[in-house]
Design a protein around this ligand. Structure first.
Ligand code: GLN
Length: 309
């Protein structure tokens, strides 16, 4: 087995030299300003050792990677009753698709597409003011990353607030089926802020590590969720975490992963490691182009695919 640090250094060097880098998300104007030349990667192994390469300490907009963490929070609040309001099947559709909702009567396919994540956020919002729910989510991220310096990028939140008509459409549609219980502006407002949390690869790899450790955080020792819940969240990440690119990601990389349009991906090697990679340029289905490639290369080099060598 090669040295992990050597593999990461090679991957970062290749990424730096890559000419084809994908396209940054432009539908959120603030994200369109991000320099596509950046690349970072961080790996936290099960024994608590951290390895990084490239721009691993630069904060980026975590966007839909936040959906894994809000799902964890919502399951903690309402348990399996969550599944009355959201499904557990891959969508085979783009992350912001609205068509399926009509066929399926306002119940989103899974919690990792926008419609499902809006329901999850609506669940978290119960009993709180929007500001309190945003604080709850941010504190959860800080405690998991063991880092109080994590903040929300308010320019990104505002930018999405100003342009997020599609997400409002999804929320309104589900509200017609009583699957959004708060005013649409409240639920979407909290959702835009959770997406605008800024974190580095290092912080994200640490934050997600409980999913690699059967629910226990390797650095803080905290039991975040049961082993069963960690396993199930990983299963959802594998089948749904890359939208209509989930099959291809499983085929190429072979581990649970969750991407965001900021170009970040959190990937989990159960029992072995938590990985965060970031490169802002996206492929056609909205997943980080170089990030996906880096994970493919890393999983192969370290023999990390859950499907075998
Ligand atoms: N795939 C994503 O990262 C999408 C998140 C983004 N905030 C949106 O709702 O459009």
């Amino acid at each position: 087995m090669p040295e992990l640090q050597t593999v990461l250094d090679e991957i970062a060097a290749e990424a730096r030299a890559a000419t084809e880098r994908g396209k940054v998300a432009a539908y959120i104007p603030e994200l369109a300003k991000v320099d596509p030349g950046q690349f970072g990667i961080a790996v936290l192994t099960h024994d608590g050792a951290l390895f990084t390469a490239g721009d691993a300490d630069l904060p980026f907009s975590i966007q839909s990677v936040s959906k894994v963490f809000t799902l964890t929070l919502a399951l903690g609040q309402v348990g399996d009753t969550l599944w009355n309001r959201v499904g557990r099947e891959p969508s085979g559709n783009p992350f912001n698709s609205i068509v399926q909702l009509e066929y399926e009567h306002g119940i989103p396919r899974n919690p990792l597409i926008n419609a499902g994540a809006l329901v999850v956020t609506d669940v978290i919002l119960a009993g709180y003011k929007p500001r309190e729910a945003i604080g709850l989510i941010l504190r959860f991220m800080r405690s998991l990353a063991d880092d109080e310096s994590i903040v929300i990028d308010m320019d990104v939140a505002r930018s999405e607030q100003e342009t997020g008509f599609r997400n409002r459409a999804l929320a309104n549609y589900m509200k017609a089926y009583d699957n959004i219980r708060h005013p649409v502006e409240m639920t979407t407002g909290v959702y835009f802020h959770q997406c605008a949390i800024a974190m580095s690869c290092r912080q994200l790899a640490v934050a997600g590590s409980f999913l690699a450790g059967q629910g226990r955080h390797p650095l803080t020792g905290q039991k975040v969720v049961s082993a069963e819940r960690a396993r199930r969240i990983n299963a959802l990440m594998l089948t749904c975490g890359h939208y209509d690119g989930s099959g291809d990601f499983a085929f190429r990389v072979g581990i649970p992963g969750k991407s965001g349009v900021g170009g970040g991906i959190l990937a989990i090697v159960p029992g072995k490691a938590s990985i965060a990679v970031w490169s802002p340029g996206l492929n056609k289905v909205g997943n980080s182009l170089l990030g996906s490639r880096a994970l493919e290369r890393l999983a192969r080099a370290m023999d990390w695919s859950i499907f075998g060598p």
